[in-house]
Design a protein around this ligand. Sequence first.
Ligand code: DX5
Ligand code: ZN
Length: 221
Amino acid sequence: MTIQIAPSILSADFCNLERDLKAISNADLVHVDVMDHHFVPNLTLGEPIVARICQVTDLPVDVHLMIEDPDRWAPEYAKLGAASVSFHMGATHAPVRLARQLRDMGCKACFAVRPAEPVEPIFDILDEFDMILIMTVEPGFGGQKFLDNQMAKVRRLRDEITRRGLKTKIQVDGGVSPKTAHIVAEAGADVLVAGSAVYGAESPAEAIDSIRDKAEAAFRA
Ligand code: DX5
Ligand code: ZN
């Protein structure tokens, strides 16, 4: 059993990104939230900054696209060196085609589901994806309250993955902290994104260890 911790740089200092990337060297991935002011009501960063992050960090870069038309843009992030790219159910037109394109480029393909979206429609195409991202807040902002009503969805997805013997990872994003890590891990999530809980802590590295410890103690495979 391996739990992976993916700090979200949405809560980092954008004027000191290199310093803040070094502060999370004990993480497993670095989660980069790309928002376009259309799919979500916030605007963050795009290709030039993701390109530099890929050059500067030793961690695999996990790009979370909260943008319209990921079918057009996701492959560009794979080209820049992203290890994984997540795109949203509510934004893509051809998820299987896009997932295959990303995988052909050597990039992991991840499908993201918002709180009001069901996970069952993905079951028939589950093996096309390396990871499913279950949002535990409405996408757009860091520091929101964790939605524990999403845990039934995580459980149903974990059961389906286990039943079919798949290796698909379950990522949970939003409101994850040392206080909620055991809840998501007990439901079956194995990749935990945390923004404000990591960068809002005095020591980001200690916050990562604390989230990991709590999750590992509770994880159900
Ligand atoms: C929100 C983003 C998250 C965000 C999480 O739309 O997808 O990755 O950074 O932030 P916290 O951990 O503060 O909820
Ligand atoms: Zn995210």
